[in-house]
Each structure stands twice: as structure tokens, then as C-alpha cells.
Design a protein around this ligand. Structure first.
Ligand SMILES: *Cc1c(COP(=O)(O)O)cnc(C)c1O
Length: 345
């Protein structure tokens, strides 16, 4: 009886790892009487810089990854400009581009990775948003790029390319702390980094929207101290998170699951365990029968452009499944997942 109920305990696709540290941090803010953007946000920005090896002052905390993308585009004067981003990515890229008044220019995926094929970028492009999908970043030689580069690191915080942390290869790096990302700031949040101090000053000016003695348009994209305190607690645990994710990925690999991996000399983070298979529906159904949730990480209807034009992107929607991988997933749960998948490969 006991064994049966253990076996049937549902395994969600995702679960944030929140514990007593986050609880204490949140309570501390609640009791302080100051919950809006303040000292916690400032310290979160400083510690985020420390984490990336940036001088303090190079990060701006905002309300979401989408807000970070919008602000990055705004800071690069993207209105009326050609903004390139992949068809295979989060709708946040399209939305941020539309909101800033940029002209979208969609790009296909690579054949060896769902990442954007930056080699096929048009020379007329002014700004490229390059997301590093699934914790598997790609190398961007900025010297060769003719346009401004925004690295979208929502799925790859902590990864390195050629010894450089992701987010520092281009002009601006953006990150997301949404609940399902590598770490969360209480459900939502974002960060922007740049070594261009003029750019950072402009972003901070934009965020400080209230009681300004001029008519310049600004907007409220602030993070709260409550969010930042939780974000700080998560950042302290972040190396442990990555270690546990790598362990789980390793267990999947040991079981010979055909997982998507890096195609370049990079140090990935295990944000997603992407199974490469043509039997998507069969495996998802088999897992579901065993109370395990897996998903197609990006479906055909989610593509930002037509499948006829973006053939590689389309192919990735037809050949991938995302398996659970998060710090609180137990070895027992990993074994259950491996068992079902192996039976249906
Ligand atoms: C999640 C995500 C975003 C958006 O971040 P939010 O914090 O949810 O607004 C943008 N780009 C990519 C690649 C993402 O995965």
C-alpha cells in the first residue's frame, strides 16, 4: 500500500526550489516595513554583478525578463530598426520588439541545435536578440557581428562560453527569474547587465519613473524588495542548484537517454533535459500514465514564424520532449522517469 502510493506520487515537469532561507528572507522584508524597491534590490543587483564577475553597478533589476528585453531594446534605440530574433523562441521576444516599435526579422534555428542560426543573419539587421535555449548557449563573436547584440539568458544563467559568463558576450544581457527558470525572485523578476555605464544610467533613469521634473516618458518596471530578497536567497544557493541539475542530467545520460547536449566548446547549465525522439506523443502519454509530466518544450503553434520558412525550427518542434529536471527532483523520481522512457524509446 505504502509502496504503491509512493510510486504514484505525481512528478511535475517543474517545481521551484524554495526553502527556509527564502522564507526567512521574505519575512525579514515584511517585518522591515519597506517592501517596495529599495535596499534589497540594490544588494541583489550588486550580488548578481559579483556572481557574473562584473563590477558592481552593471546590473539593473526589473519586474520580468520580458521587461528586461523591452528595456534593452529601448536602450539600443530599436524603434523603427530591424530587430532579428529566432522563430524558435519565447513570444516575449516578439512582444518586446513590437512594444518598442522595432521591425521584426525572424531567423531559423541551426540544424545541430534549436539555437538561432546567427551565421544566417542579414547584414541589414540593427539589433539581434540571441536566446541561449535550454541552458545550452552558443558562442557569439561580437567582433564579427555587424549589429547590436542582446543576449537572452533567461534559460542559461550560470553557463559560460569560451570562459565568459553568458550575458557578457554582447552589448546587453537579460535574465528572467520567473517561477520555472533556473532561479526565481518570488515568481517573477528580471535583470539587465551591461558594461556600458551610459546604458545602465539610462535604464535606471527610465525605471525611476515617479516625481520627475520633466516630461520624458518612463515606466514602472520595478522589482520589489520582497522579490529581491527571495532572489538573493536563491542566488546564494545557485551553485548548489546547478550541481544538482548536472547530477540529474548525468543520471539520464548514464541511462543512455538521447538528450540534447552542447555542440560547441561551452560550459552549459542543465536548465532542460531535452529528449530527442520522434515518438513524442507516445512517450509523453506513457509518462502521463505513470503520473509524470513531460512536455514538448516548444510546439509547432508556438513558432513565431511559419513552418515552411523555418524548417529547422519546425523540425525541432517535432523531435523533442522536455523531461523533469530540477534541484528538488529525487534520485528515486529520476529512476522512475528513466524506467518509463527507456521502455518506450
Ligand atoms: C522566460 C523567457 C523569457 C521571458 O521572461 P519572463 O520573466 O517570463 O518575462 C524571455 N526569453 C526566454 C528565452 C525565456 O525563456
Amino acid at each position: 500500500m505504502c509502496k504503491k502510493s509512493m510510486e504514484e506520487k505525481p512528478i511535475p515537469h517543474n517545481r521551484p526550489t524554495l526553502g527556509v532561507e527564502e522564507e526567512k528572507a521574505a519575512v525579514h522584508v515584511l517585518k522591515s516595513g519597506w517592501v517596495a524597491q529599495g535596499e534589497e534590490v540594490r544588494q541583489f543587483e550588486d550580488e548578481f554583478c559579483d556572481f557574473l564577475g562584473l563590477p558592481r553597478g552593471a546590473a539593473v533589476a526589473v519586474s520580468s525578463g520580458t521587461a528586461a528585453l523591452y528595456l534593452a531594446l529601448l536602450a539600443l534605440d530599436s524603434k523603427g530598426k530591424q530587430v532579428a530574433f529566432p522563430a524558435y523562441s519565447c513570444s516575449a521576444l516578439r512582444n518586446a520588439t513590437a512594444l518598442v516599435g522595432g521591425i521584426p526579422s525572424l531567423v531559423d534555428s541551426r540544424t545541430d541545435s534549436p539555437n538561432m542560426d546567427i551565421g544566417s543573419l542579414d547584414t541589414t539587421i540593427d539589433v539581434a536578440i540571441i536566446p541561449h535555449m535550454y541552458g545550452l548557449p552558443q558562442s557569439i563573436s561580437k567582433g564579427k557581428m555587424k549589429c547590436h547584440v542582446i543576449e537572452d539568458c533567461a534559460q542559461s544563467l550560470g553557463a559560460f562560453v569560451d570562459g565568459v559568463p553568458v550575458g557578457l558576450q554582447g552589448d546587453i544581457g537579460v535574465y528572467s527569474f520567473y517561477a520555472t527558470k533556473l532561479m526565481t525572485a518570488g515568481g517573477q523578476g528580471g535583470m539587465i547587465v551591461s558594461t556600458d555605464t551610459a546604458l545602465i544610467t539610462e535604464l535606471k533613469d527610465y525605471r525611476l519613473f515617479d516625481r520627475r521634473n520633466d516630461t520624458k516618458i518612463r515606466f514602472n518596471f520595478q522589482m520589489t524588495d520582497l522579490q529581491a530578497a527571495i532572489g538573493r536567497a536563491q542566488l546564494r544557493k545557485f551553485p548548489e542548484f546547478l550541481k544538482r541539475r548536472a547530477e540529474i542530467y548525468h543520471q539520464y545520460k548514464l541511462a543512455n537517454l538521447p538528450l540534447l547536449d552542447t555542440v560547441q566548446e561551452i560550459q552549459p547549465v542543465r536548465f532542460r533535459a531535452i529528449l530527442q525522439t520522434a515518438k513524442q506523443n507516445e512517450i509523453i502519454a506513457a509518462l502521463k500514465k505513470n503520473h509524470i509530466t513531460s512536455v514538448i518544450p516548444l510546439q509547432e503553434w508556438e513558432l513565431l514564424g511559419g513552418k515552411e520558412r523555418f524548417v529547422n525550427a519546425f523540425n525541432w518542434t517535432q523531435s523533442t520532449i522536455s523531461l523533469p529536471i530540477y534541484p528538488s527532483l529525487s534520485d528515486e523520481e529520476v529512476k522512475r522517469i528513466i524506467h518509463v522512457v527507456t521502455d518506450h524509446l
